[in-house]
Every structure is written in C-alpha cells, then in structure tokens.
Design a protein around this ligand. Structure first.
Ligand code: MN
Length: 201
C-alpha cells in the first residue's frame, strides 16, 4: 500500500530499479533495521537518506548529504517510500524516466531508534508522524546519533542534524571527500561510464 506512489512514478520496463513487489527478505540487517544513503546525480545532485520503518524505506532527499558537524542543519525533503530491495540499487536510471541519472550506495548499515517518550522508546513510526526522530546509525562512513526534525506542518521540510556525541567531527565533510560506493568501490562517474558502455555494446 505504502509503495503505490513509488510504483506509479516508474516504468519497470525501462528502469533497472527494483519493482517493489514482495520483498526478498531482510538483507544485511541481522535483525536490526537497515539504513542506506544513496548519492544520486539526477537533474540536481543530492543524497537520498532512507531508513527501514515498517517494512519499507522511509526516504528523504538531502541536497548536501549528511554532515558530521552538529552545527550543520541539513535540509531533508521527504520523498516517497521505497522498497527494502532499493537499498542495494546502484546504476543509471535512463533519460526520460523519473530520477534519471546515476545512483551509488554511498553508505549503508543498521540503525537504532533512540527517541524517548515517557521513560521508554517511542515507536519510530509514531515519532515520524510527530515529526521528531532520534536515531543512531552504524554505517561505514556515517555513525552515531542524528536527529530528524520536521520544521513545520505536515508537508513541511525536515532537517537532518548530527548529534553532539563521540562520533561528531567538525572537519570530516564525508559527502565531499568520500565519494566511493561502500558496496562496489565505484564513484558516480565510474558507474555512469559503465552504463554508457553497456548501452553502446
Ligand atoms: Mn534521488
């Protein structure tokens, strides 16, 4: 149900993105929910931040990508839920299709909900509904606490902000200095070149 918008936007005869049918099951979470950050060279370059919640990937487009500096408030624009299989998608979406451009798996791992309410943990779906979720990420590039905060009403924008914890680092700037896929080791440019070669042959 939640993936209806995802499917409506795409022609699976043309794009190699997963169809969002029955999930093939949990991939790498080992019992914990997964997160993925995909770098996407679409008409405007951005990072897609996705968290597994309730069997789908809740998604935000983050133009500048995640920061490791708690002073940076990174804009995060909600986008449609994606299927869990999308966490492994790396490739080029053809011209004319939704999101045309190249995607790499920039970071991936597991996450933990640390949103507190009444002395316990508030369920993630409820916290998202209320516009405030605190998480701990365990990825290869991005680790530690982050806040996802809605800035206004229902359709408003969100902010993704690093919590000031042991993993905070004001100098790292990974979105700029760590460009390779954590899955294939390739850059966006290398994936795009391979897609061009495949088309030519
Ligand atoms: Mn995108």
């Amino acid at each position: 149900m939640s993936l209806k918008r995802y499917r409506e936007k795409r022609d699976f005869e043309r794009t190699d993105e997963p169809g969002g049918g029955e999930s093939k099951g949990r991939k790498s979470g080992g019992g914990k929910p997964i997160f993925v950050i995909q770098e996407h060279a679409a008409s405007t370059h951005h990072f897609d931040f996705r968290l597994e919640v309730g069997g789908v990937l809740k998604s935000w487009a983050v133009p500048k990508g995640p920061s490791t500096d708690p002073a940076d408030k990174r804009l995060a624009v909600p986008t449609e839920d994606h299927p869990l299989d999308y966490a492994d998608f790396e490739g080029t979406i053809p011209e004319g299709e939704y999101g045309a451009g190249t995607v790499i798996v920039w970071d991936k791992g597991t996450w933990e909900n640390v949103t507190e309410k009444d002395g316990g943990t508030q369920p993630a779906a409820e916290a998202l509904e209320q516009g405030h979720l605190l998480i701990r990420l365990q990825g290869k590039k991005i680790t530690g606490g982050y806040a996802l905060q809605r800035t206004g009403g229902k359709d408003a924008k969100w902010l993704l902000v690093k919590m000031d914890d042991a993993e905070a680092d004001r100098r790292r700037k990974p979105a700029k200095t760590e460009p390779r896929s954590v899955v294939s080791g390739r850059t966006l440019e290398e994936v795009a070149e391979e897609a061009e070669k495949d088309q030519a042959s």
